[in-house]
Design a protein around this ligand. Structure first.
Ligand code: FA5
Length: 340
């Protein structure tokens, strides 16, 4: 009996400490001291006990009742004192607290990292203000190479020269930085901001994010690239996605490829998301060019590898059905609140 009473007391006290208004106090009183409360039930059942137990049980239950009544009075008193001291009505409901959420690009970036990390890709970073040497030269794009036109560059000096500083136009310069520092095997991803002197439109930003991937070892082939990217699109967009690799051109890869996945909106049948083709381009990739390997001191006869570079906003647009890339950077809460 005493045990049951102790339990009731503990529960009632815990509840009382949460009561912050007159209404809550009254509800508590009815629940714990009212006619239908457990304690009143115990008091009533005492007459059914054997005579020699009645006295002790009666005393215990009455003492419990009294202690709860005192606790109630004390709590009521402290509530009204709190109100007096601050001059505020502490029983007034508070302002609702709005929970913050992760930005859709942060979520996409985290998801990309989470898909690639188990394959052994470690995330590294590099500078956004970069030397021409890393952004272009070491990547097999010497000065005056026509491929420089593929990246409209913000130069930090008047004229583009090999020793000049610029805002990196892609995350690929970090390939060279990593390879200069470590010996193979290499397996890294590089998430980061990149900048291009471009007109902004629904699918182009002048400041956006990329994730670069790089894997170098002794026996890496196109099949490894294909396997990695197939795993990536299935993990990001569902197990039914197919990967298609088409020939492309980047000066720092040979062969170069454009990876496309079967459209996740129509399953490859053709719709407005994929422009009717059933395929969506998701990234540029290829086998690292032997010249790039030699530039960083790797022997291209011994080591090979693959690299890829994707646009994070473009992946997020596909994932969330966003039709204008600029929405990500407008800070419009009506847009941002859609992403739970
Ligand atoms: C590159 O930047 C290469 N560095 C990618 C690469 C890495 C190829 C490693 C081979 C090996 P590209 O310019 O195509 O390639 O850009 C890669 C991705 O960035 C595009 O597929 C696209 O998703 C995204 N992207 C490019 N330009 C913009 C832009 N203006 N706004 C938003 N995203 C863009």
């Amino acid at each position: 009996m005493q045990e049951r009473i102790d339990e009731l007391l503990a529960a009632a006290r815990a509840e009382l400490s949460q009561a912050g208004s007159d209404a809550a106090l009254e509800a508590w009183r009815v629940a714990h001291l009212g006619r239908r409360s457990a304690l009143t039930g115990i008091l009533r059942s005492i007459r059914d006990l054997p005579p020699d137990e009645r006295r002790a049980a009666g005393q215990a239950a009455n003492a419990a009742r009294q202690s709860l009544e005192e606790a109630l009075a004390a709590h009521r008193d402290s509530l009204s004192r709190r109100e007096d001291e601050s001059g505020a009505d502490v029983t007034m409901p508070g302002y609702p607290v709005r929970l913050g959420r992760l930005h859709p690009l942060t979520r996409t970036l985290r998801e990309i990292r989470a898909v690639l990390a188990p394959l052994g890709f470690r995330a590294v970073s590099g500078p956004e203000v970069e030397w021409d040497r890393y952004n272009f030269e070491l990547l097999n794009i010497p000065a005056d190479h026509p491929a420089r036109d593929m990246w409209d560059t913000f130069h930090l000096q008047q004229q583009a020269r090999p020793g000049d500083l610029l805002l990196r136009t892609h995350t690929s310069p970090v390939q060279a930085r990593v390879m200069e520092q470590v010996r193979p095997p290499v397996r890294v991803i590089v998430p980061g901001k990149v900048y291009r002197y471009e007109n902004r439109d629904a699918s182009h930003e002048s400041e956006f994010m990329q994730v670069e991937g790089l894997a170098i070892d002794e026996h890496i082939t196109m099949a490894d690239l294909r396997g990695t990217l197939t795993h990536f699109v299935r993990a990001m967009f569902g197990p039914d996605r197919e990967l298609r690799i088409r020939a492309s051109y980047f000066p720092f890869t040979e062969p170069s490829a454009e990876a496309e996945m079967s459209c996740h909106a129509c399953d490859g049948g053709g719709c407005s998301v994929c422009g009717g083709s059933g395929w969506i381009e998701i990234l540029g990739a290829g086998m690292v060019h032997p010249t790039v390997l030699a530039n960083v001191g790797y022997d291209p006869e011994v080591y090979q590898g693959f690299a890829f570079g994707m646009g994070v906003e473009r992946i997020a647009m596909l994932k969330y059905g966003v039709t204008d890339i600029r929405s990500f950077y407008r800070n419009d809460l009506r847009f941002l609140r859609q992403f739970h």
